[in-house]
Design a protein around this ligand. Structure first.
Ligand SMILES: [Zn+2]
Length: 155
């Protein structure tokens, strides 16, 4: 059997990787160039991990939530505790560029590593990192509050 193309048939266009302005993960457009960071900290050590590049609205939101959740889970256990508000604040500011994008549209002729945009997943407040952080901050406030009351009463 012959695999020769039918005379007159248009060959399929060659696929290309995502370019600037297209999501590096799913190839959709529009996309913004952003980076999101998270931190893991144990005693005096800390490790920062970052993802940088062109992201569509869905992939960007998914990565923002992933990194913010990771920071809120893993940065409490050492010197990194100081960086939690800074990392969360900077990533939240960067997210504004992603949220301003229109919903992702597939770009014809682009082959990306994902066939479709990432699922943004659960809102941050419903993730383990946020729940852990709320519990830890509440405990901290109670301990400091009780300490201040005890100190005040002893004077
Ligand atoms: Zn994408």
């Amino acid at each position: 059997m012959s695999t020769m193309p039918t005379p007159g048939a248009v060959p399929p266009p060659a696929l290309r990787p995502p370019a600037d302005g297209e999501c590096q993960f799913c190839g959709s457009h529009p996309a913004a160039h952003v980076s999101f960071q998270s931190m893991t900290s144990i005693v005096i050590l800390y490790v920062v991990s970052a993802q940088r590049g062109w992201m569509c609205r869905n992939c960007g939101l998914s990565l923002y939530r992933h990194h913010a959740n990771k920071t809120m889970l893993a940065a409490w256990w050492g010197v990194g505790i100081i960086g939690i508000p800074i990392f969360l604040g900077i990533d939240r500011l960067r997210l504004r560029r992603i949220l301003r994008l229109a919903p992702p549209q597939p770009t014809p002729g682009v082959a990306a590593s994902l066939p479709a945009p990432l699922d943004p997943g659960k809102p941050l407040i419903q993730r383990p990192g946020a729940i852990l952080s709320i519990v830890l901050v509440t405990v901290l406030v109670l301990v400091i509050g009780c300490g201040a009351l005890a100190f005040g009463a002893s004077e």
